[in-house]
Design a binder for this molecule. Structure first.
Ligand SMILES: NC(=O)c1ccc[n+]([C@@H]2O[C@H](COP(=O)([O-])OP(=O)(O)OC[C@H]3O[C@@H](n4cnc5c(N)ncnc54)[C@H](OP(=O)(O)O)[C@@H]3O)[C@@H](O)[C@H]2O)c1
Length: 223
């Protein structure tokens, strides 16, 4: 029997053409300036309800998010960052551990000195995997450590990693009423893609409504 793992919800702001940011390497914070307060409240209400929130290390490096609850009242979830060589700036907002707990998930490749510096900032560092973070090992470990619900806020690579392994239960999208365009601009899910019709991740519409000027769509993953 499969080991228990957290209930996983991907939550993302996407343009109508599914883009996460303005161009590859750009912080999505600029695109997010289009989001109104009602949409931020929707996002932060979800943050306040989950045990953990995950973003990939590249999102920490480009966006420097805080991943805390600010637009509504509520507790901050544990911030969980897969980062195979612990390569994140020591002044990253997620390393402000006075605000919320942070777990940096590294691999055996992470240099000891870097791990030490991060621990000095008050974050926990867990080694899970050899080369990249091993999500098959990580998911049951998170559950064991009390993360029963996990919100994933991207980016495209981490979303793919979870989608391809069948670890996603729901997807909730805040649609930005714009088209970004561009061949190589990251979209909701990156990676190599499923390629075959019968392998696609199938979804069923759970709900759709409007918050401010944004369509919100919520999808269940069909098993
Ligand atoms: N619109 C939105 O809601 C939203 C949300 C988040 C991000 N974004 C945007 O998305 C972009 C970043 O997305 P991204 O796809 O480049 O990066 P990402 O998914 O944020 O992070 C990927 C990184 O995670 C680390 N990692 C560790 N283990 C991994 C594994 N098993 N599989 C995959 N990655 C693993 C790797 O960095 P190491 O090699 O250092 O381990 C990898 O480069 C940025 O432009 C950001 O602004 C938008």
């Amino acid at each position: 029997m499969a080991k228990p793992r957290p209930y996983v919800v991907i939550v993302s702001e996407v343009s109508v053409d599914g883009k996460l940011t303005l161009y590859r390497g750009a912080s999505s914070k600029e695109l997010m300036t289009l989001m109104d307060e009602e949409a931020y409240r929707y996002l932060h209400e979800i943050r306040a309800k989950v045990d953990g929130i995950m973003v990939g290390c590249e999102t920490v490096r480009t966006d420097n998010p805080s991943l805390t609850v600010r637009y509504v009242k509520g507790k901050n979830p544990v911030r969980i960052i897969p980062c195979s060589t612990a390569n994140l700036p020591l002044d990253s907002n997620v390393l402000n551990t006075k605000e919320a707990k942070t777990w940096i998930i590294t691999t055996k490749r992470a240099p000891k000195e870097r791990v030490e510096r991060i621990r000095e900032r008050g974050a926990e560092v867990l080694t899970v995997g050899e080369d990249l973070v091993d999500f098959d090992e990580l998911m049951p470990l998170l559950y064991e450590r009390g993360i029963k619900s996990l919100m994933v806020e991207g980016g495209a690579s981490i979303n793919w990693e979870l989608v391809k392994r069948g670890y996603v239960d729901e997807i909730r999208l805040i649609h930005l009423p714009v088209i970004v365009g561009g061949e190589n601009v990251p979209t909701l899910v990156g990676g190599e893609g499923f390629k075959k019709l019968k392998k696609l991740l199938k979804l069923s519409l759970r709900s759709h409504f409007v918050k401010g000027k944004h369509l919100i769509s919520e999808w269940y993953v069909v098993r």
